[in-house]
Write a protein that binds this ligand. Structure first.
Ligand code: TXA
Ligand code: MG
Length: 327
């Protein structure tokens, strides 16, 4: 059976499958999600099984509109609604105190729940007509997150009932996760809604730096992530990239440099993949390019853009892909 179907054609089938406790993958502006009825424990168990995901890593609940948060969370602070006005629907996930309706499997037995309103109107319609959806990224655990329907099929084609094709994801990296249960709002995972943007709403916002999270507050952050199936390194300068590349050649490897358009020319006749002109383009292309590169090459070098604004969020993922190894 063909699993991928245009999302507009597949709406009613998807609603039926979600109600029957099956898994449906769908497009969001960030990455594709693997969705199940959040209230159906058996269905949610299928998500963990399909991904090979550790049980101590909680799931995000996707709702159709900010007001629906009341069915999922309690003691909702006013700032939630301020954030909602500005960023929802959009690439922002907020951690709140959970209410009793949320099954333990979703929160990994914790007392908080992560909530997000995705931008895709087709997905919000499905949620309205079925149920809020528990959904992680639709990839095998530890592999690269999917930004097209095809990527989902590669990783989970066997395990999912339906893949709704909504085209390529516009942002390309996962949502910002912001914890509102701490005294000062805390970014647990950086994303397209940046520290600078959040600082317009809050007097103070903290960021959990990866190095510090030994016992991770956002449990997913402690696992290896986004790992291509071949050696991968970061390069902070063109010289380092060239040096690493030429050494890789000497040891019989087939390397590639993933970089912005402006750097391609100075890399002369070596292999490159251009991810576009700026950090937004890099975010959008990163995961697809990594999936392509791991098939065609056996040594990947990623251009490091530094930590300013959205670059920092993209580099958070790129550096994880490289296992924090630098040339
Ligand atoms: O953009 C996204 O957020 C995508 C799309 C599909 O919505 N979803 C996604 O889900 O990236 P996932 O499961 O791959 O990542 C969710 C992250 C994990 O790092 C998890 O540990 C964290 O959110 N998380 C979930 N619930 C949490 C909670 N109650 N407290 C703290 N962190 C939480
Ligand atoms: Mg994920």
């Amino acid at each position: 059976m063909k699993k991928i179907i245009d999302e507009k054609i597949g709406i009613s089938k998807a609603i039926e499958l979600i109600k029957a406790g099956e898994l449906v993958a769908f497009q969001t502006e960030t990455v594709y999600g693997l969705g199940a009825d959040f209230s159906n424990v058996g269905a949610v168990e299928k998500i963990f099984k399909a991904k090979g995901r550790p049980q101590d890593n909680p799931l995000i609940v996707h709702i159709a509109k900010p007001e629906d948060v009341q069915n999922i969370a309690k003691e909702i602070p006013n700032c939630f609604y301020k954030l909602a006005e500005k960023f929802m629907p959009g690439p922002l996930t907020v951690v709140l105190k959970r209410n009793e309706k949320v099954p333990n499997i979703i929160t990994a037995n914790g007392d908080t729940v992560a909530v997000r309103v995705p931008l895709n109107p087709v997905v919000r319609e499905i949620i309205e007509k079925s149920s809020p959806l528990a959904a992680p990224s639709a990839n095998k655990s530890k592999h690269i997150s999917p930004t097209s329907a095809k990527h989902v099929e590669e990783d989970l084609g066997e395990d999912v009932a339906l893949i709704l094709d909504g085209g390529d994801c516009k942002v390309g990296i996962e949502s910002t996760v912001l914890d509102l249960t701490t005294e000062t709002p805390t970014i647990l995972r950086p994303g397209a809604v940046t520290m600078e943007m959040l600082s317009e709403i809050f007097d103070d916002v903290k960021e959990t730096k990866n190095a510090k999270i030994k016992v991770a507050k956002s449990p997913g952050m402690k696992y290896t992530h986004y790992a291509p199936k071949c050696e991968t390194f970061m390069a902070t300068s063109l010289e380092n990239a060239k040096y690493g590349y030429d050494n890789a050649i000497l040891s019989g490897k087939n390397p590639v440099y993933i970089c912005l358009e402006i750097n391609k020319k100075s890399f002369e006749n070596r292999n490159t993949i251009v991810v576009g002109k700026n950090a937004e383009d890099y975010a959008k292309k990163l995961y697809g390019v990594l999936r392509f590169a791991e098939k065609k090459y056996d040594f990947i070098i990623l251009q490091d853009l530094g930590d300013e604004g959205i670059s920092g969020s993209v580099m958070n993922r790129a550096r994880k892909s490289a296992g924090h190894k630098f040339l």
